[in-house]
Design a protein around this ligand. Structure first.
Ligand SMILES: Nc1ncnc2c1ncn2[C@@H]1O[C@H](COP(=O)(O)OP(=O)(O)OP(=O)(O)O)[C@@H](O)[C@H]1O
Ligand SMILES: [Mg+2]
Length: 350
């Protein structure tokens, strides 16, 4: 087993910077998730670590040695590609054996490792089938077995659950995490699904436009987002545009004034988490900020209800409440009162 070091890694295509100066340390046995919008450089980063893309600058360190110049089959990294990339004309067993043959293992060892890897992903007995004779979830697991068969020091997973339905996704999520723990594998997984990221990661990296925006635990990113981008990408936020008039005083462009935590005077946005705002039919008390509004839109999510509340012609915020017996059952057009603690609003100066 080994830790992974990414040092000032960059990739340019002509004058386009797909990845700029990314540095990360992944501890031995850690499960790190790279999260970010489409096109932000996640796959490019992972493929540089695996050796499928040559970096324009920077280094990849595996278990303390610099592997930047080694071809993929000489670095002990198992990769599951974004689209599984199974060879369609090869059987499941031949697919799983591929990395072992590249590494020129003796035939007998290959057979045994293939059996082992298929058993790990609960596909023992499927070796003779072709990929098209398997379901999407089974193909996904073959791709995982192929990566595990080489007994990698690091496992690199690029959207490994992207083609599964919601229910299967949840099951395979747990399977991957259990397997990773059991084998103590240092793992980097890419996803743009934030729920997947939050449930699976030991630590998360949020990327945007080729750079790392923030690294931290689920709680760090959710409670203390470093930028407006992270506040909007990890969890949900309502953003109210306006100005910080004095530290602790915010005024929206729609003319609402209330208390906020800190901020430097000037243009800013205030981010509010939907579950940190209280809502009631009658005026609220005991909160720093209390405002009247009107229900604009209601989304019924089952256990939760999202209520969009209009506070002024220009200001609207989302409030999320638990769907409790005897709780508020909001109707569009209904007058309501909302309130929140000054500390619940995150100010990002522009
Ligand atoms: N061979 C290439 N030539 C030119 N540009 C490329 C090439 N490969 C990738 N890019 C660009 O680099 C950027 C990053 O691509 P990458 O595949 O790493 O994104 P991603 O974060 O994995 O996105 P997604 O979530 O959609 O998979 C994109 O804008 C992409 O168009
Ligand atoms: Mg990708």
């Amino acid at each position: 087993m080994a830790g992974l070091g990414i040092r000032n890694l960059a990739k340019r295509y002509g004058d386009f910077h797909a990845v700029r100066d990314v540095s990360l340390d992944i501890a031995d046995g850690e499960f790190l998730v790279l999260l970010g919008p489409s096109g932000c450089g996640k796959t490019t980063t992972l493929r540089m670590v695996a050796g499928f893309i040559e970096p324009s600058a920077g280094h990849v360190m595996l278990g303390g040695s610099d592997v930047t110049l080694l071809p993929p089959w000489k670095r002990n990294a198992g990769m599951v590609f974004q689209s599984y990339a199974l060879f369609p004309h090869m059987t499941v067993a031949q697919n799983v054996a591929f990395g072992l043959e590249m590494r020129k293992l003796p035939k007998a060892d290959i057979g045994q490792r293939v059996e082992e890897a298929l058993a790990l992903v609960r596909l023992a007995g499927y070796g003779g089938r072709l990929p098209r004779q398997l379901s999407g979830g089974q193909q996904q697991r073959v791709a995982l077995a192929r990566a595990l068969a080489i007994r990698p020091d690091v496992l690199l997973l690029d959207e490994p659950l992207s083609n599964l339905d919601a229910k299967l996704r949840q099951e395979v999520r747990v399977e991957i995490r259990e397997l990773q723990r059991k084998l103590g594998l240092t793992t980097v997984m890419v996803t743009h699904d934030q729920e997947e990221a939050l449930t699976m990661a030991d630590r998360l990296v949020v990327m945007n436009e080729g750079t790392v925006c923030q690294v931290g635990s689920q709680r760090d990113l959710y409670e203390r987002p470093a930028s407006r981008f992270v506040a909007g990408f990890v969890g949900r936020s309502t953003f109210l545009a306006g100005t910080v008039q004095a530290p602790g005083r915010f005024r929206t462009d729609g003319g609402l004034a209330f208390a906020c935590a800190g901020g430097t005077p000037g243009r800013a946005v205030l981010a509010l988490r939907p579950e940190r705002v209280e809502i009631a039919a009658a005026p609220l008390d005991g909160l720093d900020n209390r405002l009247p509004g009107t229900v604009d839109f209601v989304s019924y999510l089952g256990s939760l209800i999202d209520i969009h509340v209009r506070l002024s012609p220009e200001d609207r915020l989302v409030v999320q409440i638990a769907n409790r017996e005897g709780g508020l059952s909001p109707e569009v057009g209904q007058p309501v009162h909302v309130g929140w603690a000054a500390s619940a609003g995150q100010v990002f100066n522009e």
